[in-house]
Design a protein around this ligand. Sequence first.
Ligand code: PMP
Length: 283
Amino acid sequence: RQVYVNGDYLPETEARISVFDRGFLFADGVYEVTLVLDGKLVDFAGHMRRLRRSLGELGMAFALTDEDLLDIHRELIRQNDIEEGLVYLQVTRGSADRDFLFPAEETPNTVVLFTQKKSLVDSPLAERGQHVVTVEDLRWRRCDIKTVQLLYPSMAKMEAKSRGADDAWLVKDGYVTEGSSNNAYIVTPEGTVVTRDLSTDILHGITREAVLQCAEDLQLRIEERPFTVEEAENAAEAFSTSASGLVSPVVRINGREVGPGRPGPIAARLRQIYLERSRASAV
Ligand code: PMP
């Protein structure tokens, strides 16, 4: 596989990053994951908008423009012949002798991109529906910044796996914040789509924004508010959204079936419309 590191396209086995990289030593870096459909990028502008916001919140300078980044994404898609999959982009504060204080502003960033060829549209997990368990949300309090500090979500997902589930939904003060790597939704017995409102408690999902627009256009009732684990366990449907999972139905929460225990019609409709729109608007 060809990867991109600081201006060069090269085989993954030849790519090199300093042991002093602040991404490696301090998780001092941000990332984006963009969906590729039909060899094209879905919601690229939205991912760039969020990348700039994450960089800004961390006071991290970054010289490349969105046009530069679009060219790099496209070149990697071409070199790796990606029809469907993901492009991962990571920007760190660069490398400097280990020190908690940030290095000088002019320290060059480390910029890495790679692709993952994956079948995301035809997904067995989306067909069957995910089983999730709830796990305490012990992340730091700036979950709105997309940093590479992913140890806790990784541990939460391991715990979910050890409990026989596919994913973890994180819970803070009795309310679901989001999934380990996705935004979380329920559909109430009355048919209202509920997802937590935007704050520093969750990542502002690019897919979330697009899917809520689909829901609005379908004239579904939408409530952006926290929901409890109990409300989720008693919902008619549940699902999650992310660039890699698109819209993914959830059919079991803490071992209890959600509704009839099969993917629900609202999640199915949203997945289909989201896909159609994404294919039509990809760049
Ligand atoms: N929440 C978290 C914690 C995530 O890691 C992700 C995916 N990176 C999302 C939500 C979904 O974001 P997006 O729709 O932009 O992929």
